[in-house]
Design a protein around this ligand. Structure first.
Ligand code: ZN
Length: 160
């Protein structure tokens, strides 16, 4: 059982916030997302790219939030990239779940997380929509990620 706040996303802000916990099925890749200010709803974007269509990727992000990802066994994470190869899907090699996608833009890591990997989040908060990004060129894609993806991202080796 995962303890809320255990992954070190703190310090917590003064105002209202939501702390979301998530992980792959076996727990090798775990995350905490500090969503601030507290959301009235959480956008859940079913990505229509060829990879997300096959594995059912549904993503969210809070550009003003902070994400902490803890990987217990980095050797058991497959990082998959395709197409423009600007995004990395972090796939647990043990259980096959994809909790996190990252994109490195100008030396900074941006991320989105899978709403399907959430634990203990009220599902009625999720506002489902589909998103098609295939028509974007490379520059507008990276610009959108800088605006809308989580910009405070920490990765930690759980054994370190
Ligand atoms: Zn796993």
């Amino acid at each position: 059982m995962q303890v809320i706040g255990a992954l070190g996303v703190a310090p917590y802000p003064q105002g209202a916030f939501l702390l979301i916990s998530g992980s792959c099925h076996c727990g090798n890749i775990a995350f905490e997302l500090l969503w601030e200010p507290e959301p009235a709803e959480i956008p859940a974007r079913a990505c229509t790219c060829s990879f997300c269509t096959k594995h059912g990727g549904v993503w969210t992000s809070c550009p003003t939030g902070a994400l902490s990802v803890v990987v217990a066994d980095p050797a058991s994470v497959s990082r998959y990239a395709f197409g423009t190869k600007t995004a990395q899907f972090h796939i647990c090699a043990k259980c096959g779940v994809v909790p996190v996608v990252t994109s490195e833009i100008e030396g900074k890591i941006y991320a989105v997380v899978s709403v399907n990997a959430f634990q203990g989040v009220d599902r009625s908060l999720l506002k489902h929509a589909s998103a098609t990004f295939d028509v974007e060129d490379g520059q507008s894609r990276l610009g959108r990620r800088k605006r809308t993806w989580i910009s405070s991202v920490k990765f930690r080796n759980g054994n370190a």
